[in-house]
Design a protein around this ligand. Sequence first.
Ligand SMILES: [Zn+2]
Length: 150
Amino acid sequence: MSDNWIELVPEHPRFIPDAANQRQARERLAEIAPTADEIEIKVSERVVFFNCGSNFGRICCPSCGADIPFEWWQDRMDEDYEDGFKVAAYTAPCCGKESTLNDLDYEWPQGFGRFAIDVMNPKISKLDEKFKRELELILGTKLRVICRHL
Ligand SMILES: [Zn+2]
């Protein structure tokens, strides 16, 4: 049996919301997805990578839109990881513009961070824009919505 997650990650990789706001967001998500298997708050000491599992298709350059070769990306992932991800800027192989791994256009979205709220088997197909905005207000940050399928 396969599982799905909706994972909410701040756009800024090092941002961690206040504990009270984390709790409030979790309670709100429990109302939005009342039959979810589990809603988990994840806070980590270091920056980790939140991936979309088998939804991972391709990677594009945010500056010029060219496809980023998977091998190049894998090398930068190795280079960037040192006791957690540094989320440093790298020169894109296509146009030479600088970009962090977090800024690349992932299909589907993925991201880096120290904080996430994870909704396991939410039984809602997607998070409505209005709920996303509401959760952004609660948590005090722009959010990236990652749909992971395993
Ligand atoms: Zn480019």
